[in-house]
Design a protein around this ligand. Sequence first.
Ligand code: WTA
Length: 661
Amino acid sequence: MTKPHSEIDVLLNEQRTFKPPTAFADAAHVNDQTPYDQAALDREAYWENWARELDWFEPWQRVLEWNPPFAKWFVGGKLNAAHNCLDRHLDTIGDKQALIWEGEPGDTRTFTYRELHSEVSRFANALKALGVAKGDRVAIYLPMIPEAVIAMLACARIGAPHSVVFGGFSPQSLHDRIEDAHAKCVITADGGYRRGTVIPLKASTDAAIVGLDFVSTVVVVQRGAATDIGAAPHGEAIEIPSCEMQAGRDHWYHEIVAAASADCPPESMDSEDLLYLLYTSGTTGNPKGVMHTTGGYMTQVAATAKWVFDLKDDDVFWCTADVGWVTGHSYIVYGPLANGATVFMYEGGPDWPDRGRFWELVERYGTTIFYTAPTAIRAFMKWGDQWPAKYDLSCIRLLGSVGEPINPEAWIWYNKTIGHERCPIIDTWWQTETGGMMLTPLPGATTTKPGSVTFGFPGIDATILDEEGQPAESGYLAITTPWPAMLRGIWGDEARYRETYWSKWPDIYFPGDGARIDKDGYLWIMGRVDDVLNVAGHRIGTMEVESALVDHPAVAEAAVVGRADDIKGQAVAAFVSVVEGIETTDELREEIRSHVATQIGAIARPADLIFAAELPKTRSGKIMRRLLRDVAEGRALGDTTTLADPAVVQGLQQQYADSEG
Ligand code: WTA
């Protein structure tokens, strides 16, 4: 898989330049200043210009109120996110395609802006009729179907913050998120398709809400209600089993929407009203509810979608993320729709029915902008060039990457094999917490280097600091000024907000990533420096996996580390010591791995599970994860002098080698 290094070196040194897109050139030419200059001169005026591109019901009085670590943007302004994504486009592009969708079986649906507006308004009215009011939290647990977008926008329309939970999470994970947000309504589906199997989301929802008496309403989308799955090209897909509906609590989506009016004026929301919660993993405790508000978030996601993707009227934009992650929130829904773009959305797996599915979709729908994760790119590389070669990819004009560091090999393959060396490669660094893109090239303006995220978006101030907060060539990534889409806090846990992001240096945001800066000022992200793993672009807390492991009755103690993986970036490696007297069999290993998947979701299932007689600890009893990482990655052991019993870790190395063999 690895290309000869000389070729990479050549490309690393190559000066790549692209013609500036119009939007960029227009903005850039004010007094011969670039947007970077403008933002540096007056950051608030710069962001205010972006905010003016949205529709506001009432203007703001102040651009920014910064009482570290709390920011308010566009203070006093009133707007509605759904209005900005739909209503304001009706007079101009009402008949343009807003959403083009294909299900895994090959069934399709499309919505013009007018149709999407009408569907969202109906569902918003239906939610209101069910008692969902402004400020109520609504959990959304759906497959990648149009109703996921519709549900998010319907919530935004009535001012009910949504909390989307990735459909691959377990009932237990869903339970925890519903409980923490105290959501009274859950929107789910009877099922969805993934790699030819049915994901039974309603059954999981039923299990998740046992004991949560405050959940008074469950809306169920019937996956097959709007299309003829049986007649679809891959419609041999197995049928979705019928699900139990609890009278009084459960409602079919298609029934309540059919009965609702399409006239639903959008709620006037304060710029700082909560738009959504999105749970993400941290170093300690349960996943935390990251809070995003309306005005600043919409401003930044609209601005970044417009410039980073260089959106044009006739683009067909495909972001392959699931709406359950922040990438789906900001760049399937809010960013592109605020710009009036045509969004393509696909339900299923990239290798179903074969490994050419994505490229077949690109060709058939004429995708012009394609945004995916390095894990997917590395998987495509491994599957071989013959798959993309079968299809005409000449429609693609821009390629994006997000979610994990992209290795130069994958960057170069993406550029060559998918982009045919015609397309800018845009590597974007950001987080659930940042809401929108932060570090990214601007296509047409930035000379890129394979593997570097280049620079901060204009108006974003990023730098590298050491532990003491001094500038460093290699150290921690730091964001030194507030930005519009920044998280406003952690739901119900102000202390954790302060501690996690603002305690390393005074009034400077700590994202938790290691990074370096090269002689040309380019930023290179090295990965997480905390106990958060990034497996296939998904954030997983080591603590969460450890809790799931020790929850198994046979497990006495567990430690989890991330080890390097060729495709997924990192893989979960678990070290487990069992309760005395229990035999460590292969069956038990599988049972414990599955237990983690059942507790959290398949993404957290340990790739390696090593039974250890003992875990390596310091004399004060702290597990030495650094050594476990050495063991898992087959390296010579680092400093072992602080170990209570050095023999323990040598034994582990042997066990690891045996289990691999
Ligand atoms: C990592 C996803 C390198 C990083 C949008 C960050 C990246 C975490 C990149 C956030 C990138 C994201 N290069 N690393 N282009 N993009 N990351 O919250 O470690 O799911 O802290 O948001 O992913 O993951 P999250």
